[in-house]
Design a binder for this molecule. Structure first.
Ligand SMILES: Nc1ncnc2c1ncn2[C@@H]1O[C@H](COP(=O)(O)OP(=O)(O)O)[C@@H](O)[C@H]1O
Ligand SMILES: [Mg+2]
Length: 237
């Protein structure tokens, strides 16, 4: 279990998060939605060790990891993507994915094979030897996810992985994200604005608004929650 417990983060006078508690259980895909500026990325930063909270804790399997640095949490199985992460331009796509596996102590040959397996899973085997700097946008986003999975995490935190993708690419990605728990034994926390994607793929959804948890429930409960509809989803449909 990966838990944020009563997390508060302030940036100067701005309360980015106030007493936020969200947990991801083994095998689960939890959606994290809410308007721009609601604190979604800040929560992922806190859970992955890139932001120290003013108060509250992050627990990994019951152990307090709040003061552990990002690389220490990565070793313990917490991996994340960034909203605008770039690949190493001069390494091949397969090498880009193999780097975290090697960094986590896997032999290079085994790491390259893992990279190729991840590319095949994403339908991108033909791009293995292309340069990381020369990929179309959607492919670059998918490689970033493969790279995070190459560290063989138990918890993967995805920050808007489908942002800027076509609907076709986003749907394909949603299908792949849905496969992650069973295929890789890895739970997912998914920040995403594409509501269809969140509702189709997530077991539970947390809604943040002005740095607070507005609602937490199954996709159906969230779609029917009046406070969520008026704060975020809109009344139109
Ligand atoms: N490093 C930072 N310094 C100052 N303010 C920040 C920083 N990061 C985020 N914020 C502010 O915290 C709030 C939450 O931001 P963020 O977590 O990025 O929201 P979201 O990902 O939901 O769009 C916003 O008001 C944002 O401007
Ligand atoms: Mg964000």
């Amino acid at each position: 279990m990966l838990e944020a417990n009563g997390v508060t983060v302030r940036f100067g006078g701005v309360a980015a998060l106030t007493d936020v508690s969200v947990a991801v259980a083994p095998g689960e895909i939890v959606g994290l939605i809410g308007p721009n500026g609601a604190g979604k990325s800040t929560l992922v930063n806190v859970m992955s060790g890139f932001q120290r909270p003013a108060s509250g804790q992050v627990l990994l399997n019951g152990k307090n990891v709040t003061r552990d640095k990002a690389h220490e949490r990565a070793i313990r199985g917490i991996s994340r993507t960034f909203q605008a992460a770039r690949l190493f331009a001069n390494l091949s796509v397969a090498q880009n994915i193999a780097v975290p596996a090697i960094a986590h102590g896997h032999p290079p040959a085994e790491s390259e094979q893992l990279a190729k397996d991840l590319l095949a899973w994403l339908g991108m085997a033909r791009l293995a030897d292309h340069k990381g700097g020369a990929l179309p946008y959607a492919e670059e986003r998918k490689v970033a996810i493969a790279r995070s999975l190459a560290a063989q995490p138990s918890y993967l935190l995805l920050d808007e992985p489908a942002a800027g993708m076509s609907e076709t690419d986003a749907n394909y990605l949603a299908e792949k994200i849905g496969e992650i728990p069973a295929l890789f034994g890895c739970s997912v926390l998914l920040i995403e604005h594409n509501i269809n994607m969140v509702m189709n793929v997530c077991h539970r959804v947390a809604v943040l608004n002005f740095g607070r948890v507005l609602a937490l429930g199954t996709p159906r409960e969230i779609l029917e929650n009046k406070a969520v509809v008026s704060a975020y989803l809109g009344e139109s449909d």
